[in-house]
Design a protein around this ligand. Structure first.
Ligand code: SAH
Length: 391
């Protein structure tokens, strides 16, 4: 008995030191991992209160019910969040103080913050948006004569590796949540009023990331932006731009979405497209054509093709004829986008005369074609230039 006791006495401190050493080792090695921030944030996140905006209306109702409160309070909260873009429970003035306190005890708002705002000579505003876990995305306000457009990010970084795009140089870090996408729109809506005294009219998903690889959150955010219990903006003023993921285009058609679809085509010959957009290896032009036919059959809505003409890459008459042929698959429009150089000599914008001849070929065959001039180039806010350069 006496000897057992003494063994235990010696064992306890040993176990204690072992545990101490192990936790020190774990902490030390994780501290040196490249994702230290997100690792620690994930740990801290588990201790944080849940963001109220992660809850559906039914879940908020269940919360109030569970606390012996009236269910209709949930609708009031929901409207404060998504219709009036509240960011604090104290703004919810039609709720009693005790209800607000109850919410504060259980939930939080994980808000994004505009770290830096840059204004271009042409009026374009670029925002560096810091997310609750410290990561940064960019969103852009583009003022036009008759409309104001918000260019929104859907992912932090991008996984697609399009050879001509600056965002591709950042690896994909994570998807944005519904509220993070919604908050970018709300911030730009406020800037639109503040700097131009005009309402935000259009939204394009042409910022960082591939929206169809974050489909459910993008759809969730569009729902909050367009619904009457949300920002009540018209779906037809929203355009989702995709690299062209065939199965997801079919899914959108099945879901009968009401917004516009733009496809970054950039080449209508497989060999060329695969060389500049690796996604084409698994989503060939034929796959894309099939998905687009399905889209048109279901939605009866035109698609817009985005096309940059690069010298020595896709500027031959053969490329122009292939583009025309592709344009005949379903009703469409073509935007010839000006190239924004990202410091790679392989890609150079074709001369104006080539752009004009592509445009004439398409127009003479009844395809509406526009040349889209870049905006915000001086602050790296143009298409494909979003890359957190100032980070
Ligand atoms: N992932 C989506 C949306 C983000 S990119 C997509 O691929 O459509 C938005 C648009 O900018 C796309 O048409 C893209 O091909 C284009 N783009 C990317 N880099 C560009 C650059 N350097 N100059 C001009 N357009 C570019």
């Amino acid at each position: 008995m006496g000897s057992e006791y003494s063994v235990l006495q010696h064992r306890l401190p040993l176990t204690f030191y072992f545990l101490l050493l192990t936790s020190y080792f774990l902490l030390f090695t994780s501290y040196r991992l490249p994702h230290t921030n997100s690792y620690l944030c994930a740990m801290i996140g588990t201790l944080q209160k849940q963001d109220i905006r992660k809850l559906s209306l039914d879940e908020i109702k269940a919360f109030f019910r569970g606390h012996g409160e009236k269910e209709y309070r949930a609708l009031q909260v929901y409207e404060w969040i998504w219709m009036k873009s509240a960011t604090d429970f104290d703004q919810m003035t039609n709720l009693s103080l005790s209800n607000r306190q109850l919410l504060k005890e259980h939930f939080s708002f994980q808000l994004l913050r505009i770290d830096k705002m840059q204004r271009s000579a042409d009026g374009t505003i670029k925002n560096a948006v810091r997310l609750h876990d410290g990561l940064v995305v960019e969103s852009v306000l583009i003022p036009h004569e008759k409309r104001i457009t918000a260019c929104i990010s859907s992912q932090v970084g991008c996984s697609l590796d399009c050879r001509f795009c600056a965002t591709a140089r950042l690896k994909r870090m994570r998807n944005l949540s519904v509220d993070e996408i919604y908050d970018q729109v709300v911030a730009i809506r406020e800037q639109s009023q503040l700097f131009f005294s005009r309402p935000l009219t259009n939204i394009v998903f042409m910022g960082m990331g591939e929206p169809l690889l974050n489909y459910s959150n993008v759809i969730g955010a569009i729902d909050k932006i367009t619904s009457q219990k949300g920002l009540n903006m018209a779906s037809k003023r929203i355009t989702l731009s995709t690299v062209g993921i065939a199965r997801m285009i079919r899914k959108m058609a099945d879901d009968e979405v009401k917004f516009n679809l733009a496809v970054s085509l950039h080449a209508a010959i497989d060999e060329t497209r695969s060389a500049i957009m690796p996604i084409n290896e698994t989503n060939t032009l034929n796959d894309l054509a099939g998905a687009l036919q399905y889209w048109y059959q279901k939605t009866k809505r035109k698609v817009t093709y985005e096309y940059v003409v690069w010298q020595g890459i896709n500027d031959t008459t053969e490329h122009a004829s292939a583009l025309l042929k592709f344009c005949k698959i379903i009703p469409c429009k073509v935007n010839l986008i000006e190239y924004n150089a990202i410091g790679d000599d392989k890609f150079r914008q074709a001369p104006e005369s080539v752009l004009q001849s592509v445009m004439e070929l398409l127009e003479s065959n009844g395809i509406t074609t526009r040349v889209r001039r870049s905006r915000g180039k001086d602050i790296d806010a143009a298409c494909g230039q979003l890359a957190n350069k100032d980070e």
